[in-house]
Design a protein around this ligand. Structure first.
Ligand SMILES: Nc1ncnc2c1ncn2[C@@H]1O[C@H](COP(=O)(O)OP(=O)(O)OP(=O)(O)O)[C@@H](O)[C@H]1O
Ligand SMILES: O=P(O)(O)OC[C@@]1(O)O[C@H](CO)[C@@H](O)[C@@H]1O
Length: 323
């Protein structure tokens, strides 16, 4: 699909260890069924989905030198341009416990390797280099120790100043700082809990979520997507609101569902799809991902079948938004 245009940034990648333990209980001894290790972290996952879709993508960030082989293998297999800065030490392991019987996924995310000022300098040089021939930047995941919570906010300002399209998917203080900044990303995709925590208020109803989305649109975001797990997602632009409800599927692991949604939204942006079509594509990526382990899309025919079963409906705003 043309020359390389998309960069994903993962400051805190993870080697995901998914343990299947059906019916597991806390505070006792459990037996597991199997275990898989996958190269992960939010931006790595987005790159992996985009590569499956046929988009040329460059992945950058900070990657531990001592356990990089799963990442090297993934990048080679999917022709993802590897622009990661290798750093001393091992990338964190992300513990994911899946229970197929109860259709539950439990995550334990660790802090990750500390970023030093020298590493950040090298990273910024790399981003400047990549800016020369990429025009879409996806900033995704948590910030590791050593990075101030306004780091994404600063990157967003720099990248948008340079005319780039910027998508942000993070949580906690990093999301809070990015949403409080003067310059906001073009696209944000929090889940409902992340958005609520970042704004410091309960968002209990659809009206609350839409108010929060409209507030971000007024301040410069072009597309706000609020994902809501199995409930689906709300996609909001200044002119349209769409709700996308996923079809029911047999869930293998929900790890990466949000990342797949981000990848689908970026793919839709590249193809200039309508909001309804973007909702369908993004949801098909998410649903396709949760039926398998690791950040992989199913074959096209299966994705098309899922896309056809996504329930996409337009919502009329109570007060048409003026931005
Ligand atoms: N159990 C499920 N059944 C069907 N679809 C699901 C389920 N969980 C998630 N999805 C799909 O994935 C999308 C994104 O999920 P979710 O809101 O959980 O993202 P997230 O919290 O950012 O995920 P993560 O951080 O685990 O990557 C949802 O909008 C929905 O379309
Ligand atoms: O600590 P973060 O960066 O918020 O989340 C990390 C993580 O849970 O995100 C991906 C799934 O979205 C996993 O591959 C990874 O382990």
């Amino acid at each position: 699909m043309g020359h390389t245009r998309v960069v994903t940034l993962t400051l805190n990648p993870a080697l995901d260890m998914t343990v299947r333990a059906d019916g597991w209980q806390q505070n006792t001894v459990n037996s597991g069924q199997d275990m898989h290790l996958n190269a992960g972290g939010k931006g790595v996952n987005v790159a992996s989905f985009l590569a499956d879709w046929g988009v040329n993508v460059t992945a950058t960030g900070l990657l531990g030198r001592e356990n990089a082989s799963a990442f090297d293998t993934l990048f080679r297999a999917k022709h993802i341009e590897d622009a990661f800065i290798r750093v001393p030490g091992s990338t964190r392991v992300g513990v994911k416990i899946v229970d197929h019987a109860r259709q539950q996924t439990t995550d334990i995310n660790l802090p990750g390797l500390t970023a030093t000022p020298e590493l950040l300098q090298a990273l910024e040089a790399k981003l400047a280099e990549l800016s020369a021939n990429h025009d879409v930047f996806v900033l995704a995941g948590s910030l590791p120790p050593g990075i101030e919570s306004d780091y994404y906010a600063k990157l967003v300002a720099q990248l948008r100043q340079a005319g780039k399209f910027v998508a942000l998917d993070t949580s906690g203080p990093a999301l809070n700082a990015a949403l409080a900044a003067d310059t906001l990303p073009n696209l944000v995709k929090p889940n409902n809990h992340e958005l609520s925590a970042a704004l410091g208020k309960e968002l209990n109803s659809e009206t609350d979520l839409l108010d929060a989305a409209h507030n971000l649109l007024k301040r410069g975001v072009e597309l706000v997507v609020i994902s809501q797990g199995e409930e689906g997602a709300l996609l909001v632009t200044p002119g349209d609101i769409v709700k996308a409800r996923p079809p029911r599927v047999q869930v293998v692991s929900t790890v990466g569902a949000g990342d797949a949604m981000v990848a689908g939204l970026v793919a839709a942006h590249l193809d200039r799809l309508s909001l309804a079509a973007a909702a369908r594509r993004a949801t098909s990526f998410s649903v396709g991902n949760i039926t398998r382990l690791g950040a992989h899309l199913p074959p096209r025919a299966e994705l098309d079948d899922i896309a056809a079963r996504v329930d996409v409906s337009a919502i009329r705003p109570a007060d048409p938004l003026k931005v």
